[in-house]
Design a protein around this ligand. Sequence first.
Ligand SMILES: Nc1ncnc2c1ncn2[C@@H]1O[C@H](COP(=O)(O)OP(=O)(O)O)[C@@H](O)[C@H]1O
Ligand SMILES: [Mg+2]
Length: 147
Amino acid sequence: MIFNSLDIQQMAALAAQVAKCLAPGVSICLWGDLGAGKTTFARMVLKTLDSSIEEVPSPTFTIVQQYVTAIGDVWHCDFYRLIHAEEVFELGIEEAFYHDVCLIEWPEKIQPYLPENRLDIFFTISSDLTRDISIISTGIVDVSFTP
Ligand SMILES: Nc1ncnc2c1ncn2[C@@H]1O[C@H](COP(=O)(O)OP(=O)(O)O)[C@@H](O)[C@H]1O
Ligand SMILES: [Mg+2]
């Protein structure tokens, strides 16, 4: 599925639809350059899952950030700073790929270990205020979103 030139409100509407198809054992991989909108999208998903979540800091420095939501634990990960994919095992979150929900920025850093049951969402900058988004489902996630 491809969505072109989404402004921030259209992005929020899409993130809300994506949030509704999440369940324990499903991950979202957020692909795209710096500033493409990965953290913004993850923040929108988390706020849809639980409106009481106020702060969603970028996990660039903590690498993982855990949230407790109505659908279970959600892990927001940013693997930008990983040098070796195997470092993911030191973070103790590989179990979470299968039992919880993970929102993963810079998934290319752990490419060999990506969870199979996932949505891949690709972000590209189409203008200052818009982003092109493409969504591919791998595994058992059934998706159908409207722009
Ligand atoms: N349509 C849009 N969708 C998402 N972010 C947008 C959009 N237009 C502008 N932005 C801005 O782009 C920036 C994206 O930053 P961020 O989400 O941190 O990117 P990343 O995590 O991919 O590095 C934010 O400042 C956000 O406000
Ligand atoms: Mg980010």
